[in-house]
Each structure stands twice: as structure tokens, then as C-alpha cells.
Design a protein around this ligand. Structure first.
Ligand code: PLP
Length: 299
């Protein structure tokens, strides 16, 4: 599905390196590391009336990613929370909002790859936009299997949530050409890793199955769904899953902050799922919506 411009976002204020600026003036330096080498880490956050969902978990992942990349001068959590709160208040955003939080290695003294050229600490961008969940979670999505593999730790560890998104973008291009919503990316062994922008799950009989995080992002929504399924008493397996297993599952669904829980309707043109899978997925989505208010953090 192709997102559309939301006119409510025409006059938003964006937090860039300590300043709240109108959208048109919200710019970063050509010397910033994210421009030079995609040298940045990020989080997608969703705002509900009760606050930002699982903000502490997102900030922990951001900090872990920055640490793995040896970023210097990472702002304290309190400073990031303040920048986030200031941005949401400036825009009057209390619901249906998605935030793209980007932490860059900062500006370089001259163009170049070497992190020693960064002498002024990290850059922080808080981009909050009006954005209800992006998929039609009742109708579901159609997906294909991409020829582009998701990188594992042998190339670039997906446990770092970084801005080098080109392999995901190449997979999304294939989905666009095929006229579907997203693309399944396989790991180096041909097992399912995830969709180009969300994690994948299969309901098979009584149990919930999902790939391990060796070659996919350890999604925050993924983590919550695993907890909720365990609370419902469902057996949960993190294991290798093939595309064929997904095609034969009772239900397949994607998870992410951007779109919550989204059923997968077709894979490579084959229909997916059945009535009992839909019922179980509906129960899980209900548990998710019931859990959200208690997991939100005010900023
Ligand atoms: C490749 C990829 N997979 C999965 C996800 C979903 O992760 P989360 O549930 O933390 O939003 C994202 C979100 O950033 C992503 O970029």
C-alpha cells in the first residue's frame, strides 16, 4: 500500500539538533554522517492517547544500536524524552501519530568515512507525523518472496537498527513491480527472515511460530506479540520457517509499530489462512489492543 500525503502534516514542527523548526526549515548538514554513509540508528514510535507505546524498550534498542556502532556523545534518555515531548506538544499530537526518531553519528569536519572525523557528538532528529496505522488490518496485505536476502550477522547484524536500508528498499522495489504490498526477505539459508518492513508470524494449529532474530529485526511489536501469546497459553516457537510453511499456515501476519498486527492474505499469489486462523488472530489483535494503554509512557 502506498502512503499518501496527509495535509495535517503540512505545517508540522520538527526537532532537529535541539531546535524545533517548521517542516520547510527542518534540515541537517551535508556533513552529517547520515548523509555521508547512512551512519545513523533509528526508532519508529507510535503515539496513543495514553502516551508513547513501549518507549523504554525503543530507547534501550536505540542505545544498544548506538553503542554497537561506537557513537560518542549519545544524549541521555531524559534529553531524548524531553525532545520527544516538546515535539508532540508543539504539534498538538496525542494520537494517530508516528514518530521517526533518528540518532546520527553527527557532523564530520570533512567528508569521509572515518568516525574520527566526527568531533561534536551525535545528531538527533524527532520527526512526528499524523499517521494512523498504515495497513488495512481487516483486509490484510498481499506479499511476494523477494530475491533480495536479509543480511545476517555475517554481513551486518540486524540487531543494530541502522539506517542502511538499501537491501530492504531493493526488496520493496520488487514488491512494487509485482503490484503487492510487501516482500518476504529470506535469510542466507533460504528460510524466512521477515518482510521488508515488518516481522512475520504464522499460526499453525495451537501454536504461534516466528523466525529467530538471527536475520531479522528484533521488533518491539514482535516481542510484545510473543508475550501476549504466552499469556494466552499458546505454545510459541522461534525457529526456521520456510515460505511453504507460511503458505500452509492457518494464519500469517506481520507486526510493526507502523501498522500494528496485519494479516497476510496472499503469498506469491497463493491464498493464505483459514477461518480458525482468522479467529485466533482476531483474539491476538484484541489482546494487543487491550495491552496497549498499560504499556504507553507519557512524555
Ligand atoms: C525491517 C523491519 N522489520 C521489522 C520492524 C518492526 O519493528 P518494531 O515492531 O520495533 O516497529 C521494522 C521497524 O522498524 C523494520 O524496519
Amino acid at each position: 500500500m502506498l502512503q499518501k500525503f496527509d495535509p495535517r502534516n503540512a505545517d508540522i514542527q520538527v526537532h532537529v539538533n535541539g531546535e524545533l523548526l517548521p517542516r520547510e526549515q527542518a534540515k541537517i548538514s551535508v556533513f552529517d554522517s547520515v548523509v555521508q554513509g547512512g551512519d545513523a540508528v533509528w526508532e519508529g514510535l507510535r503515539v496513543y492517547p495514553e502516551g508513547v507505546l513501549m518507549l523504554s524498550r525503543h530507547l534501550d534498542r536505540l542505545r544498544a544500536s548506538a553503542h554497537a556502532l561506537a557513537f560518542a556523545g549519545v544524549p541521555e534518555d531524559a534529553a531524548i524524552r524531553k525532545a520527544l515531548g516538546d515535539t508532540l506538544r508543539a504539534n498538538g499530537m496525542t494520537h494517530d501519530t508516528h514518530v521517526r526518531l533518528t540518532l546520527t553519528r553527527g557532523e564530520k569536519i570533512t567528508s569521509g568515512m572515518d568516525p574520527r572525523l566526527n568531533t561534536t557528538g551525535c545528531g538527533l532528529i524527532v520527526l512526528a507525523e499524523w499517521k494512523p496505522p498504515v495497513f488495512d488490518n481487516d483486509r490484510g496485505i498481499a506479499v511476494i518472496t523477494s530475491s533480495i536476502r536479509r543480511m545476517g550477522p555475517e554481513v551486518l547484524d540486524p540487531k543494530i537498527h541502522h539506517n542502511n536500508l538499501l537491501n530492504n528498499i531493493l526488496a520493496k522495489l520488487e514488491a512494487n513491480v509485482a503490484g503487492v504490498d510487501a516482500a518476504i526477505m529470506l535469510d542466507r539459508n533460504g528460510q524466512v527472515a521477515e518482510l521488508n518492513d515488518t516481522n512475520l508470524f504464522a499460526l499453525i494449529g495451537e501454536a504461534l511460530h516466528t523466525p529467530t532474530t538471527t536475520s531479522c529485526l528484533g521488533g518491539i511489536t514482535r516481542g510484545l506479540v510473543l508475550e501476549l501469546a504466552r499469556d494466552l497459553g499458546w505454545p510459541v516457537y522461534e525457529r526456521d520457517l520456510s515460505v511453504t510453511e507460511l503458505m500452509g499456515a492457518d494464519a500469517v501476519f506481520a507486526t510493526g509499530t507502523m501498522g500494528e498486527l496485519t494479516p497476510v492474505r496472499t503469498i506469491d499469489g497463493r491464498s493464505v489462512g483459514n477461518a480458525s486462523g482468522s479467529e485466533r488472530l482476531a483474539a491476538l489483535r484484541k489482546a494487543f489492543h487491550q495491552a496497549v494503554p498499560g504499556l504507553c509512557e507519557a512524555v
